[in-house]
Write a protein that binds this ligand. Structure first.
Ligand code: PMP
Length: 498
């Protein structure tokens, strides 16, 4: 089957992108690798002056037998270790395996990313998302924070409006606002962004204001609400994006932390054991990039939550036309993610292989499912059973939320003057006093508007006295987690005098 070519979205570029010329110096840097050329063209230090002769990086060797998917207690001693030794100069290892030599990893050049890194994430992307147009590719990034910052600069001018979930990852929202970009909220519920609300907002957009160019969304294990967008909603949202010529930015650091639904009864609880990796892949939520036939989706992937945040390594998936523009910006900003990071991560992943990486992700899924269950079990145990509190168990990611009816607080009408945000602040301070930290939902609220404003019904929410807190089960060990949710339960009990 021949796949279609992506569409041209250059009409959505920012003034900065239109003004940016590709650096002419970068156009000839590839000759540095050409042995026929005496390269006198650029300020590249000779690699023999790099102080590192070799780097050794040992890691686990994930497999269904020995990896973190094992039932054996994790003693820290692995039966097998993945041993990566990176050398200064290229040497051929057994089979097809090639490491990135340090002389190349630590040199200028390869702005899109090192080939050994790109080939792994390209193959992974095709395995997981089966992209439906022909001219897509991947680009190495420093993770999703940097990818988002680049995205804003590539597509948005000061005064533009973009759309985001009504509660969203505050760093992303603040990054946009700091660039003078207006972030307009789209309502969401426990199943993520609500397509009907998105369509109503765009269909009735105030014609005196510029229409939004892009939708920023965290579809899986959304930060902060923990909600996950259903496949059907994604199909609807994609249709709406086509209707309104909108780009979709899917920010997916939690994509592989998808779990089974929480079961209240521990006895009926079982973590799905997949018979094969293809069964695991089939179980995953459809991504926007897998639905995309136009090239209007830009997917931001990151190793932060599945390997380590300090790798500062991730990748973008988009059409080659769009990635070329990212590359041009990166030539003048980050150049490329750290060579150490690319070389160590590529060396590790190329030894694990695609299957080993999926095994690793399966193992993480299991670990996070257990931690999620500990947190939610504890909340059900320690929170008073009353409609004032609603516990929202997630099916993906690292976050749970508790929704609270602030108007049920005994001091709501008096001390807090019927203001839910004051109740939220009081609870926040009380939880810290009692030795537990959870984050007030209002910290994530998206509240931008245009001038002149959009019709007021666009922002109509549900119960205006509802507040929520975001907690994570990722950051601490199981005992601390148990203590934490107990303290949280006790604090709420005291506060609401129950
Ligand atoms: N996007 C979201 C939704 C996040 O929750 C986070 C991390 N908290 C990031 C991006 C940052 O990711 P990275 O480490 O890849 O920059």
């Amino acid at each position: 089957m021949t796949l279609p070519q992506s569409l041209d979205f250059s009409h959505l570029y920012s003034d900065e992108t239109r003004a940016r010329k590709s650096s002419p110096l970068k156009s000839c840097i590839h000759y540095f690798q050409d042995p026929k050329i005496a390269f006198l063209g650029g300020g590249l230090p000779l690699s023999k002056y790099f102080p590192w002769d070799s780097i050794v990086a040992d890691s686990s060797l994930p497999s269904l037998t020995y990896g973190i998917e094992t039932d054996l207690p994790n003693t820290g001693a692995r039966e097998e270790t993945c041993h990566v030794r990176l050398e200064r100069n290229e040497i051929t290892k057994g089979g097809d395996l090639k490491d990135i030599p340090l002389s190349r990893a630590l040199q200028y050049g390869f702005g899109m990313g090192q080939p050994e890194f790109l080939s792994f994430v390209r193959e992974h992307t095709q395995l997981v998302h089966k992209v439906r147009y022909s001219d897509w590719d991947v680009l190495a990034t420093t993770g999703n924070t940097g990818s988002w910052e680049s995205t804003l600069r590539i597509f948005c001018n000061k005064g533009d409006t973009i759309l985001a979930e009504q509660y969203s990852f505050s760093s992303s929202i603040y990054a946009a606002e700091a660039q003078g970009i207006n972030v307009f909220p789209v309502p969401l519920d426990e199943h993520g962004l609500i397509p009907e609300r998105l369509e109503a907002i765009l269909d009735n957009w105030n014609p005196k204001t510029k229409k939004p160019k892009l939708l920023y969304t965290v579809p899986t294990g959304q930060n902060p609400t923990g909600s996950s967008l259903s496949d059907n909603r994604k199909i609807e949202i994609y249709r709406i994006a086509q209707k309104h010529d909108l780009l979709i930015l899917e920010d997916e650091p939690y994509y592989f932390l998808q779990m089974d639904h929480y079961q209240r009864e521990a006895t009926s609880r079982k973590v799905t054991h997949f018979k094969s990796q293809s069964e695991f892949l089939d179980s995953l939520a459809k991504s926007f990039i897998s639905l995309d036939t136009d090239g209007r989706v830009i997917r931001m992937d990151s190793f932060s939550k599945v390997l380590a945040p300090g790798t500062r390594l991730g990748w973008l998936v988009a059409s080659k036309k769009i990635l070329r523009v990212y590359n041009q910006l990166h030539e003048m900003t980050i150049q490329n993610p750290s060579g150490f990071s690319q070389a160590i991560v590529a060396g590790t992943l190329n030894r694990w292989g695609q299957e080993g990486f999926l095994d690793w992700l399966l193992g993480l899924r299991r670990e996070y499912s257990e931690k999620r269950d500990i947190a939610i079990d504890g909340l059900f145990k320690h929170l008073p059973k009353t409609p004032i509190f609603r516990i929202n168990p997630p099916t993906a990611g690292m976050f749970f939320t508790i929704t609270i009816d602030a108007s049920a607080h005994p001091d709501f009408l008096t001390k807090y003057s019927s203001k839910p945000e004051l109740v939220e602040l009081a609870i926040y301070e009380k939880t810290i006093e009692n030795g537990v930290l959870v984050i007030p939902g209002s910290w994530f609220k998206v509240s931008g508007n245009t001038e002149p404003p959009q019709p007021s019904e666009h922002k109509k929410g549900s119960n205006s006295n509802e507040i929520f807190f975001r907690g994570t089960f990722a950051a601490v060990d199981s005992d601390t987690l148990k203590n934490g949710v107990q303290r949280l339960g006790e604090t709420l009990k005291q506060e609401f005098q129950l």
